[in-house]
Design a protein around this ligand. Structure first.
Ligand code: HAM
Length: 422
């Protein structure tokens, strides 16, 4: 026998037992986004490598260590997208969606990062991302956060997640702060870990979220971003916080929140949980007013976030929400399919939207009834020789009790509609 080929480490199959929860979650998010006036955009999963280098930043973990890049047959360097923002900006700009107009967009799909896999961290993972273009004020930042807070309530996760918030100021604020931080950290370079020493030269703000104990000790006395925020960024942040306060959305200010992608300025936020071990960020984003021009467009203000679907699924599984069963009716039959499958088709015509699973493959009534029960359907419809001869169908409730009844075939659709309150 030849050897079996398995899936790639960190890239998971999502099985039929798992997809109902995925679909339930995706449907809720889709409804929410439609309710706030966001339109869906779908981008390719492969882009020119340069797009990610220029947007996410050369000195970031993603670009330095995690991208799946390869040369295609023309010799162009392409990359499996590690995130959606860069592609979304590219697509929106390419199709003229950003010219003198406001856009509220969302996308969903797989992203790829070559990280060390563990629970909640995968090499292929899924995001639902939201990007809002053309609005400078803190109102849109607030709308995005209020929308996510509503989603957690809707999913029953409101007690499991906490909002962390920070402002990275505008580009001048960041430059002034960077100088101050570099000045301070350079004096203590010998106490920094190796990664932080390297970042100190090329991307000093990233030192702020180092996990190394020695570096964290040095950071305790470091200059605080807060002291370098200019008036405009300070005002922007204060107005955002005021909306959150008024709407009753609690948050924790976290001056060390700098995010792992370089395009952010002003507002940054993360929804974190302590129910998932080390991989606690379930949704994250912020403002990126400089990115569109950095990618060659006219300047367009923008803000967005993305949530990690696998992490949300892990959280939801801890509470097990009630999911709809796969079928309403399971059709059990010992008569030829010319009778049973035709009956199922007629019922589908008469009762649109009702989910009917027809048993295929024969077997005794007893074994078919076991399958009917396992399917999760609420009723079994039974067509045996007896029923066929008398023009009737047997209907047996599978959930919540009740007696089996025999119904004249011409009355069946009406009886089912009444039972299902259609
Ligand atoms: P990010 O923080 O890199 O931001 O990713 C957003 C979310 O994706 C994370 O909070 C996490 O839930 C999930 N995620 C990231 N990496 C993995 C992984 N290896 N395995 C499982 N889940 C993961 C962005 O991607 C930005 N594009 C967000 C954004 C949109 N900012 C503005 N607009």
């Amino acid at each position: 026998m030849s050897q079996k080929i398995s899936s790639i480490r960190g890239m998971n199959d999502i099985l039929p037992t798992q997809t109902p929860l995925w679909q339930w979650l995706e449907a809720r998010v889709r409804n929410l986004l439609q309710g706030y006036g966001y339109g869906e955009i779908r981008m390719p999963i492969v882009e020119h490598t340069e797009l990610f280098k220029r947007s996410i930043g050369e000195v970031t973990d993603i670009v330095e260590k995690e991208m799946y890049s390869f040369d295609d047959r023309n010799g162009d360097s392409l990359t499996l997208r590690p995130e959606g923002t860069a592609s979304c900006v590219r697509a929106a700009e390419e199709h003229g969606l950003l010219y003198n107009q406001v856009q509220r967009l969302w996308y969903a799909g797989p992203m790829f990062r070559h990280e060390r896999p563990q629970a909640g961290r995968y090499r292929q993972f899924h995001q639902i991302g939201v990007e809002a273009f053309g609005m400078t004020g803190p109102d849109i930042d607030a709308e995005l956060i209020l929308m996510t807070a509503r989603l957690w309530r809707d999913l029953g996760l409101q007690d499991k997640v906490v909002l962390e918030l920070n402002s990275l100021g505008d580009s001048e604020d960041r430059a002034r702060y960077r100088d101050a931080l570099v000045g301070y950290l350079s004096q203590h370079a010998d106490r920094l870990d190796e990664d932080s020493r390297r970042r100190l030269e090329r991307n000093p703000l990233r030192v702020l979220d180092s996990k190394d104990a020695g570096t964290r000790e040095v950071l305790r006395q470091a200059p605080r971003f807060d002291d370098y925020l200019g008036d405009e960024a300070r005002q922007h942040f204060a107005e955002l916080c005021a909306v959150l306060d008024a709407a009753g959305v609690a948050y924790r200010l976290n001056p060390a929140l700098v995010r792992g992608l370089d395009y952010y300025g002003k507002t940054v936020f993360e929804w974190v949980t302590d129910s998932l071990g080390a991989q606690g960020t379930v949704c994250a984003g912020g403002r990126y007013d400089g990115l569109v021009s950095q990618l060659g467009g006219k300047p367009v203000p923008a803000v967005g976030f993305a949530m990690g679907i696998e992490r949300l699924i892990l959280l939801l599984e801890q509470g097990r929400p009630e999911l709809p069963e796969a079928a309403d009716l399971y059709l059990v039959s010992t008569v030829p399919p010319t009778a049973s499958l035709v009956l199922a088709e007629q019922l589908r015509d008469m009762l649109p939207g009702v989910r009917i699973q027809s048993h295929c493959g024969g077997g005794s009534i007893k074994s078919q009834m076991k399958k009917a029960d396992k399917s999760g359907a609420r009723w079994a419809l039974i067509v045996g020789e007896d029923e066929l001869a008398s023009g009737e169908i047997s209907l047996k409730p599978l959930r919540g009790g009740g007696d089996q009844e025999r119904i004249v075939r011409t009355d069946l659709a009406e009886r089912l509609a009444a039972l299902m309150k259609l």
